[in-house]
Design a binder for this molecule. Structure first.
Ligand code: 13P
Ligand code: SF4
Length: 347
């Protein structure tokens, strides 16, 4: 009986901890986190945090995953670049990557001695899945001598064919450092258009050769969405990810990575922000800035949302084969060169 009471007390304490962190998430929406939701999540967060300690595991969560993961169990939360750095420098025995496959695959490539787990299993990404290594090889053969950058949202096989990898947070600066007036940038054709325009604005123009991929979340935004946000909320500050179409980005107040958007909000005096990005980042900003209002038209990445407390616990206790990340050693070695080059160029 005493043990039961003690367990009950710990659950209540954990539910209060979670509620303190999540109460302002989606305060105006149906996806609001209630105390009852936190109480239901508490047994999982307690168990995950216990297994994590026992196994010397670290949990990295992309900001697009759900708030119970981001705030309940993650040791680090962030964008692709920040999480890649954390994975590279981690001394934990196990890296649990709550994100999509290319992110966990990158973690395994740059820290191959670790056991890398992905709760969501082989969760894809429409960008990473849009191009094969063979297609990249062919593209390079069609443009001999032209340097090639790949977005981190690409497979290890594509990374292995490129000179350097980039993320949304460093693509403009790295591309600017690459000599020549032509550049291959894959696999995001919309980011390629944004890149070409930004390089022109900076006075270092280049012709960008790309492939045909796009993000199924960000490619849906249209100028009308920005116009409606501005009409409905006078004074609103509109933020977009560079995976959005160029005609949308050109109407926004800020275009940048998920980390860039978070930093912009933190530094801004504005009170209301229009968010042309995935819901998870909106949730994060609501949790971290309860005094600000975030208006989000739509946009959910179903791949990111495959990560849950339940499959995180499963991965820690007894991972399914598809939750264990392995990369062919020859491909990994070549892909690592392009990721290491990014770390060097991003300094
Ligand atoms: P960030 O690196 O900006 O977090 O972007 C990752 C991503 O998948 C965006 O859709
Ligand atoms: Fe890929 Fe888009 Fe999902 Fe990001 S939001 S992981 S780019 S499908």
């Amino acid at each position: 009986m005493l043990k039961t009471l003690d367990q009950q007390a710990r659950l209540t304490e954990e539910a209060h901890r979670l509620y303190g962190l999540l109460r302002s998430v989606s305060k105006s929406k149906a996806a609001k986190w209630t105390y009852e939701d936190c109480l239901a999540a508490a047994p999982y967060t307690l168990a995950i945090n216990r297994f994590k300690k026992e196994q010397n595991a670290v949990i990295l969560a992309h900001s697009y995953t759900t708030p119970d993961l981001v705030y309940g169990v993650a040791d680090f939360r962030g964008d692709s670049y920040e999480l890649a750095l954390k994975a590279r420098d981690s001394s934990a025995d196990v890296i649990v990557f709550a994100g999509v496959w290319f992110m966990a695959e990158t973690a395994k490539i740059i820290n191959p001695g670790k056991k890398v787990l992905i709760p969501a299993g082989r969760a894809g990404c429409t960008l990473a899945d849009s191009m094969t290594g063979e297609e990249m090889k062919k593209l390079r053969a069609e443009h001999p001598g032209v340097p090639a950058l790949c977005y981190i949202n690409s497979s290890a096989e594509v990374k292995a064919q490129c000179d350097s990898c980039v993320t949304s947070g460093n693509v403009f600066d790295i591309a600017q450092k690459i000599p020549g007036n032509e550049l291959i940038f894959v696999p995001d054709m919309l980011m390629a258009q944004n890149l070409e325009a930004e390089l022109k604005r900076r006075g270092t123009p280049k012709t960008i050769i790309s492939s045909g991929g796009s993000c199924c979340v960000h490619d849906k935004y249209r100028p009308e969405h920005v116009e409606k946000l501005r009409a409905d909320h006078p004074g609103i500050c509109v933020l977009a990810h560079p995976e959005c179409p160029i005609e949308v980005c050109e109407l926004c107040d800020y275009v940048g990575s998920t980390k860039g958007m978070a930093s912009y909000v933190a530094a801004s005096d504005a009170k209301t922000f229009g968010m042309l990005t995935e819901f998870g980042l909106v949730n994060r900003l609501e949790a971290e800035h309860p005094d600000k209002t975030f208006v989000w038209p739509f946009g959910v990445c179903s791949y990111m949302k495959r990560n849950s407390l339940i499959n995180t616990l499963e991965a820690l206790i007894d991972p399914r084969p598809d939750q264990v990340v392995e990369v062919d050693p020859a491909v990994a070695q070549a892909a690592k060169k392009s990721i290491d080059k990014m770390f060097e160029l991003a300094k």
